[in-house]
Design a protein around this ligand. Structure first.
Ligand SMILES: [Zn+2]
Length: 203
């Protein structure tokens, strides 16, 4: 594992390469950020948002936490969504889960202690709401994969209930929420087709 000095050295090399390739790169980024997408994903180190969708700095507004949870009333997530919708006029919010999510796995096992247990409460609700389907599955791996998907769908619904999103739809601003899942085994993202848009909301 690289030590801290190596991380700083890597950074110098990266900054140098960026400037070499594009001398105005940092200058431009300082002026303004105009990303088109908000990414709400898991904090898992194996799911680096920008990298897996091939976007450069300045192109993706990112919020990450354990198990990509959009918890009602969470000021951190709501502030990110407010800024994304009101200040950046972002048109696409992508909620991205991933198979093999440790946070999702945790609610299939024994209760945990402390902050992580409280944090995962919304995922536990998802598990309870779909208990019949999940309990009918042959093994814990199948349940785990399915719960990762159901969690994404539930968090898409949670985003749709955030007042700033409602307000944007009320004003007929183009804003869509998408639910995606990432597979650690092959690096491929899949659209779960659980998204919502202003149009769907209006009907
Ligand atoms: Zn995860």
């Amino acid at each position: 594992m690289p030590d801290l000095a190596e991380l700083l050295a890597n950074n110098r090399r990266w900054a140098g390469q960026q400037t070499q390739r594009d001398p105005q790169f940092f200058e431009r980024l300082c002026e303004i950020q105009m990303p088109d997408y908000l990414w709400i994903g898991c904090a898992d180190s194996r799911v680096p948002a920008n990298e897996i969708v091939g976007l450069a700095p300045g192109e993706l507004f990112v919020h990450r936490n354990v198990a990509n949870v959009v918890s009602p009333g969470d000021p951190n997530c709501e502030a990110v969504v407010q800024y994304a919708v009101e200040a950046l006029s972002i048109k696409h919010i992508i909620v991205c889960g991933h198979y093999g999510c440790g946070g999702v796995r945790a609610v299939l096992g024994e209760p945990l202690q402390g902050a992580i247990d409280r944090w995962l409460e919304p995922v536990r609700y998802v598990r309870l709401a779909h208990a019949a389907e999940l309990d009918s599955m042959p093994d814990v791996d199948a349940r785990w994969r399915r719960l990762c998907e159901l969690n994404v769908a539930a968090q898409v619904q949670s985003v749709s209930r955030i007042p700033y999103v409602r307000e944007a739809w009320h004003r007929s601003k183009p804003l869509a929420i998408h639910g995606w899942i990432y597979d650690l085994r092959d690096g491929v993202l899949r659209d779960l087709r659980v998204g919502m848009s202003a149009l769907a909301h209006a009907h």
